[in-house]
Design a binder for this molecule. Sequence first.
Ligand code: PXG
Length: 296
Amino acid sequence: MEKELQVYIDGAYYPKSQAKISVYDHGLLYGDGVFEGIRAYNGVVFKLKEHIDRLYRSAHAIMLKIPLTKEEMTQAVVETLRRNKLKDAYIRLVVTRGVGDLGLDPRKCPKPSVIIITDSISIMSKEAKEKGISAMISWVRRNSVDASTHEIKSLNYLNSVLGKIEATASGADEAICLDKNGVIAEGVGENLFIVKDGKIFTPPSSTGALAGITAQFVIKLARSLGYEVTEFNITPFQLFTADEAFFTGTAAEIVPIREVNKRQIGDGKPGPVTKRLMDAFQKAVADPAEGVPIYQ
Ligand code: PXG
C-alpha cells in the first residue's frame, strides 16, 4: 500500500486517515477560525510569504492568537511538504479557535489548533482554460464589510457554499456574488476581472471581496505588460457587455468566463488580453523568485 499523506496538527504528524480534531473545536461548531489555500509549483511554494501574512491578518481581525511565529509557520509548511515528498501541491493551512464548550464565547477556547494539509492538486480542466467557463450571478449577496466579510479568510464559508450550490443547481460552472448595493463583488472562491476597450477593471474590497493574492499578482503582471488596471464598482450590465472577463484564484489561476447568466461575454471565447495574462502567469509561477523553495 502506498504510504499515506501526513497531516500536521499542532506540531505532530498524523496519517491522513487519522488526522482528526475534536468535535468541541469551535472551528467546527461555529466556523470560528481562519485558513489559507496555497499552491506549490515544481518545488516552490508560490507566494508563501503573502499567504502567511494574510493568514495572520485574518487571525488578527478575529482576535485569534496563532501559537506559532510566521517563521515557524513557514518552516512547518515546508517540512510538511518535504515529509510528503511533494513538488506540485495544494496546501491548506487552517487555524481553528480550538476546543471550548458548547457556548460560542472564544474565551472558553484556551488553545488554537494549527492544521497543515498538503495534498495533490486537482487542477482546473484544460477545456475550462481553453474555452472558458459559464458563470451565473446568484441571489446570494456577498456578506458585507460590516458582517462576516470575506475580506477575512475565515472558516465561515457558507456564503460562498450557498453561491456554489445555486450555480450548480442552475447548470453554471461558477457563481458570482453581488455586494449589497448590487455591484459585482467576486466569485465564490475567485476574484473577478473584466476587460473593456483594452482596460482592465476589478471590484474594490469595499464590496466585501477578498484581497486575492493571485489577483494582486495578476494586476502587477498586467501593469508590467502596459495595461491600465483600475478598481471599479462593476455593475451586472457592465459585466454582461464587457469585451472579456476572467476569474483569478489559487486553484483557478486565471480562467476565462465565456458567459454570465446566459449572456455571451465578448465573442464567447477567451479574449486576447486574458490569453496574454494566462501565458504570462504560467511563465511567472515557475520562477523560484516568486515563492519559497521546498528542497534546497
Ligand atoms: N475570493 C475568495 C472568497 C476566496 O476564498 C479568492 C477570492 C482568491 O484568492 P487567492 O488569494 O487564492 O488568489 C479566494 C480563494 C477552491 C478554494 O477550492 C478557493 C478559495 C478558498 C477555498 C477553496 O477553489 N479561495
